[in-house]
Design a protein around this ligand. Structure first.
Ligand SMILES: *Cc1c(COP(=O)(O)O)cnc(C)c1O
Length: 398
């Protein structure tokens, strides 16, 4: 185990600080380490493994397409892309999809689309378009995106950043109203802030934002890279408030636990700002990714994973709330997307993660001294029960 860790440590840049486990195999919500020890994956790769590890249908879609045609570029048409885009648009109620690979690329695509829409459709003077984002956001790691982050570590040493972004407090619709100007192109928001600490906004917030955006002709862009695809118990987390955004970014679980696959989906008025050559990606929309993405969506539907997340999530929330510990400050979330915040004066979230790992439960801390429970949506009630039991034991010990 330590030899493997040493090798990684020596030859990889140190931009992560992993827990000291070396994982070699996964199946559903379980993973195994080099020594054959079993763990419950309560993190689901930051929601990228909603289908569970090595889902048989995902493995089949991947390997079948890999044996036919994997990468060719958008210079040519390929069979899997159209059906993937069609299914994604039909499910989200959007008109068109633009395929990219990582989440950050989908967000960058959204920012470019919104700016071009502002100039060519809304009539904002060239070079003046502004985009509003929320404090505490997480939209990825590119220069433009960390430029709108409020996490000092994500920005420190990486400037200068592009301008044209404004920040408002998350969950505060009046602040959004005050921030909108005639030059505002879009409001970019996570329906629940994920990396920011699983922060659920007040009821009615998104609906209020929708009204404001309609009234002031501002695009509402929902970053559902983490909250989307069933994680919160709905296909899109925006649906909890009956809100239809003008554009949505999807990623993470869209790759079915196999590949990076992301999409910007939007209404025609926005998506049609792109002309051939305006924007692209060598790998975006490749046949392998499209086949995997389509199967990932189909599996969600066929296996009822969205309803499953809603039911198991409610049940898990009840079980977690029943843990009476003075170390816990707050438990919040929706569906199988739950944050447990600890009293920083008494215990560190990282310490809880280390202790959970020692008991065979894997998860990761996030901001605000919070750990997340975002397991694969295929997880069984028994495994969830085991994870809750271990958390209870860790808190009792600590
Ligand atoms: C993870 C995440 C991203 C970035 O996705 P990458 O694939 O890591 O680039 C963007 N937005 C949200 C809300 C995320 O959770």
């Amino acid at each position: 185990m330590t030899a493997t860790i040493d090798l990684e440590d020596t030859w990889c840049a140190h931009n992560y600080h992993p827990l000291p486990v070396v994982l070699v195999r996964g199946e559903g919500a379980l993973v195994w380490d080099e020594t054959g020890r079993r763990y419950i994956d309560m993190m689901g790769a930051y929601s990228a493994v909603s289908h569970g590890h090595c889902h048989p249908r995902m493995v089949r879609a991947l390997t079948e397409q890999a044996g036919k045609l994997a990468v060719i570029s958008r210079a040519f048409h390929t069979a899997p892309l159209g059906p993937f885009a069609e299914l994604a648009c039909r499910l989200t109620g959007m008109d068109r999809a633009l395929p990219m690979n990582t989440g950050a690329e989908a967000v960058e695509t959204a920012l470019k689309a919104a700016r071009k829409w502002a100039y060519t459709v809304k009539g904002v003077p060239e070079g003046q378009a502004r985009i509003i984002a929320c404090r505490g956001n997480f939209h990825g790691r590119t220069i433009a995106i960390v430029g709108m982050s409020t996490v000092e570590q994500y920005r420190h040493g990486f400037g200068p950043f592009p301008g044209g972004f404004d920040l408002v407090p998350f969950g505060d619709a009046p602040a959004l109203e005050r921030a909108i100007t005639p030059d505002t192109a879009a409001f970019l928001v996570e329906p629940i802030q994920g990396e920011g600490g699983i922060i659920v906004p007040p009821d009615g917030y998104l609906a209020r934002c929708r009204e404001l955006c309609d009234r002031r002709r501002v695009l509402l862009i929902a970053d559902e890279i983490q909250t989307g695809l069933g994680r919160t118990g709905r296909l899109l987390a925006c649906e909890h408030e009956g809100v239809k955004p003008d554009a949505v970014t999807l990623g993470k679980a869209l790759g079915g636990g196999m590949l990076p696959v992301s999409l910007l989906l939007g209404k025609a008025e926005l998506m049609d700002v792109f002309q051939p050559g305006d924007h692209g990606s060598t790998f975006g929309g490749n046949p392998l990714a499209a086949a995997v993405g389509r199967e990932a969506l189909q599996v969600l539907l066929d296996e009822g994973l969205i309803e499953r997340a809603a039911q198991l999530g409610d049940w898990l929330m009840g079980r977690l709330r029943a843990i009476q510990s003075p170390l816990v400050r707050d438990i919040r979330g929706r569906g199988l997307f739950i944050g447990i915040e600890f009293d920083a004066g008494r215990i560190q979230a990282r310490d809880v993660c280390d202790r959970l790992a020692a008991k065979g439960i894997l998860t990761k801390d996030t901001h605000r001294n919070t750990i997340r429970f975002a397991p694969p949506l295929v997880i069984s009630r028994e495994l969830l029960d085991e994870a809750v039991g271990c958390l209870g034991a860790v808190l009792a010990e600590a």
